[in-house]
Write a protein that binds this ligand. Structure first.
Ligand SMILES: [Zn+2]
Length: 86
């Protein structure tokens, strides 16, 4: 499933990819309300994103941190099993 992304043609800005169209519409509504005072900017749209653009950099950061936590837990389990094995 390709995620969705809101793009504002006036600001040349885009939201992070979201798994559902409704979430991108929420980004659109928020952007219109905060940046454009509730008006609809020319050229704003909701795109389907594919490939590298579909990856959320924040999610990638979280997953690499999860790997580090996993390595830490493995090291801790190794230490505990050595202590208990004595
Ligand atoms: Zn805008």
């Amino acid at each position: 499933m390709s995620p969705y992304r809101y793009c504002c043609g006036q600001c040349r800005a885009s939201s992070p990819p979201t798994p559902t169209r409704a979430e991108s519409e929420a980004h659109r509504d928020y952007h219109r309300a905060t940046v454009h005072g509730g008006l609809v900017p020319d050229g704003d749209r909701i795109d389907r994103v594919t490939g590298d653009a579909a990856r959320d950099p924040d999610a990638r950061y979280l997953s690499s941190r999860a790997v580090l936590i996993g390595i830490g837990l493995f090291a801790l389990a190794t230490v505990i099993s050595r202590v208990l094995g004595r």
